[in-house]
Design a protein around this ligand. Structure first.
Ligand code: GAP
Length: 466
């Protein structure tokens, strides 16, 4: 066993300090990232062979792995590692009365304006930044009055297309939790305060989707509803705001690129008494990453009223009954994934040393390690095969025996793979391998018998680098 460092790659050049993304200016980052995502199999445009469909995206081999890792990390932090949160997986299609009671049928709208000249439709708030109202596409001043446009997708349950059979694709997963509040409370014998967490698809007929997977019409949410005694809600709101910020740091996102914004009275959603946005500084500006909301007893009271079923809680110790207040944490899977990709994206070095790299946290990187035999002879492929088979029982590990080692490193840098393991002539003799770190490009020599434990510390523990 030998941990002596090997020389770093001769082609490595220092990172140019042009922007937060290395050699790439902010205005070019999204185009580069979209093209990397397609090239490497992270994200493809939906129905691309038919010209694509507005704002829906498909996750390729690497994207689907990373998405699972994001979900699993959230579920571990919010459910498995805690004593006060239960999980749920409610149906997407719910009784239409749910959406009447929740206020979404009447209030989940955006103001929409039509351009009579080019027929473009856009959100009325686009006009706020202009001196005089003009169509953002053709510049015409011939615009309609703003009218309210409901963002819910509507369809019909069963073969009858009539109003009585109308159902909606849920625009948030939260309502599935509220209508199951009593079921979960009784089944889990919980006492307040406690939470219910859920991950699932949500749908919004957004007027202006865009910025790749940032705002889409079909997306996935990771939501947690925390039920608390009225009067303790403000304290819980602040606790959850801070916990959630810390979660993004654990995910490897640079904390200086995260900020918290409190909603003003005119910005609050129809259900919220107070709210914070966790925002990230994307190349296209500061934007919401997650919402933390004090929904008071709004939702449970509305469902109580509409269903005629009691949704209150009896506090045995205080001998009093009340409708709990709810503090919600609501994050997007797709938006979190985009944030990790944007935060980790770099183009660095010059000339032959130039590389594109995704500095993803090992926790969510789709491929955890790649195994390379230096050449396809002299016993190296056999040892590499053994190492690969051993590690893939535990992680997603890639095998590559094509091209020069430098090119194999570059391919894995671009895919975001944290560690590359090279099996050379010495490995066949002494059962040791070279492990190269994606971010520092440093190399160490490690015995094969110690490799799995060494990787586990870095992939699953707190140590993330060599
Ligand atoms: N239940 C509360 C709720 O849905 P929200 O602020 O409307 O609150 C929460 O959404 C999160 O869901 C957002 O911070 C974002 O991460 C994600 N999200 C919302 N709309 C989205 C869209 N059209 N595309 C992608 N993600 C979206």
């Amino acid at each position: 066993m030998n941990d002596s460092p090997q020389p770093t790659e001769a082609t490595a050049a220092p990172e140019a300090a042009l922007s937060d993304w290395g050699n790439v200016a902010a205005g070019e980052v999204m185009d580069r990232l979209v093209s990397l995502c397609k090239r490497r199999g992270y994200v493809f445009q939906s129905s691309e062979i038919y010209g694509g469909v507005g704002s829906t995206w498909d996750y390729g081999p690497l994207g689907v792995e990373m998405k699972r890792n994001v979900r699993d990390f959230w579920w571990d932090s919010m459910v498995r590692r805690r004593d006060d949160i239960e999980g749920l997986d409610a149906a997407i299609l719910m009784h239409s009365k749910v959406w009447e009671a929740s206020g979404h049928v009447s209030g989940f709208t955006d103001p929409l304006v039509d351009c009579r000249n080019c027929k473009h439709r856009f959100r009325a708030d686009v006009l706020e930044a202009m001196d005089e109202p003009r169509c953002p596409r053709c510049g015409s001043r011939d615009l309609s009055e703003a009218r309210q446009f409901n963002l819910m997708f509507k369809t019909h349950m069963g073969p009858v297309e009539e109003e009585a059979a109308a159902v909606y694709l849920r625009p948030e997963t939260a309502q599935g939790i509220y209508v199951n509040f009593l079921n979960v409370l009784n089944a889990s014998r919980r006492k307040i305060p406690f939470g219910i967490a859920q991950i699932g698809k949500a749908f919004r007929n957004e007027i202006t989707p865009g910025n790749f997977i940032f705002r889409t019409r079909e997306f996935e949410q990771m939501e947690m509803q925390f039920f608390v005694e009225p009067g303790t809600d403000t304290e819980w709101l602040e606790r959850w705001r801070d916990e959630r910020r810390a979660w993004y740091a654990e995910l490897g996102i640079r904390d200086e690129k995260i900020r918290i914004e409190e909603h003003g009275p005119d910005e609050l959603a129809h259900y919220a008494a107070a709210a914070y946005d966790l925002q990230y500084e994307f190349p296209f500006g500061w934007q919401e990453l997650e919402g933390i909301h004090n929904r008071t007893d709004f939702d449970l009271s509305r469902h109580e009223e509409a269903s005629g079923k009691k949704l209150s809680y009896y506090d045995e110790e205080a001998k009093e009954r009340y409708v709990p207040y709810i503090v919600e944490t609501s994050a997007g899977v797709d938006r979190t994934l985009l944030t990790c990709l944007v935060d980790g994206f770099r183009e660095e070095g010059e000339g032959k040393g130039a590389r594109t790299v995704l500095k993803l946290s090992p926790r969510i990187a789709p491929i955890k390690a790649a195994v390379f035999p230096l050449v396809k002879r002299d016993g190296m492929p056999e040892v590499a095969g053994q190492v690969h088979r051993g590690l893939r029982a535990r992680w997603n590990v890639f095998y590559d025996d094509g091209g020069s080692i430098g090119r194999r490193y570059r391919r894995q840098d671009e895919a975001g793979t944290p560690f590359c393991i090279t099996i050379d002539g010495e490995s066949v003799e002494d059962r040791s391998v070279t492990v190269r770190d994606r971010d520092s490009m440093e190399q160490v020599r490690i015995g094969i018998d110690r490799l799995e434990e060494w990787l586990a510390e870095r992939l699953e523990g707190s140590q993330t680098q060599l």
